[in-house]
Design a protein around this ligand. Sequence first.
Ligand code: AR6
Length: 178
Amino acid sequence: MKIKVGQAILELVEGDITRQDTEAIVNAANEQLRVGGGVDGAINRAGGPKIQEEARKIGHCPTGRAVLTTGGNLMAKYVIHTVGPIYRGGTSGEPELLASAYRESLKLASAKGIKSLAFPSVSTGVYGYPVADAARIALGTVKEYLAQHPEIELVRFVLFGKPTYDAYAQVLDELSRG
Ligand code: AR6
């Protein structure tokens, strides 16, 4: 499923983010930038040790922010590591922090001249964010950014499994109507 936002494309696919040919892929990292499970483990396995070497030099990334490393052996040239919030019921600033994680990743892409990037569903695995709520924040934030930043040409959400894809598709359908 895809929509246009100005000249940019915002699309959803079901699949594995490590196999994307966008210039950058986004990792759902932790503040210590230490290799974990989920999408983080998959990206580090597929991309090789260079990614973790660079991440270790950077050392830390606060929740809601983003940092950049090489893509190592991945097709993507860069990995943008962002840290989404751990879900603690939704009243501890989680929505703002999740929106910030997407916005800061996009800002980093703009600053580096990256025109195409792929996001996973940040925070909805180990960090426990309810998928429908996270999808609304993720897609709303990206759509708003694309409307104001024509330098980004493509944002692809790569959703792992049909339930996550369906949750995002429902929200994107609503957003494209209104
Ligand atoms: N491609 C795309 N999406 C994937 C892939 C993949 N290869 N593998 C898993 N997902 P999670 P979080 C989905 O747990 O909740 C790590 O240990 C997964 O199904 O990876 O932000 C980090 O080091 C889910 O929909 O990230 C942190 O400590 C989504 O990616 C912590 O987990 C996010 O799940 C971050 O937790």
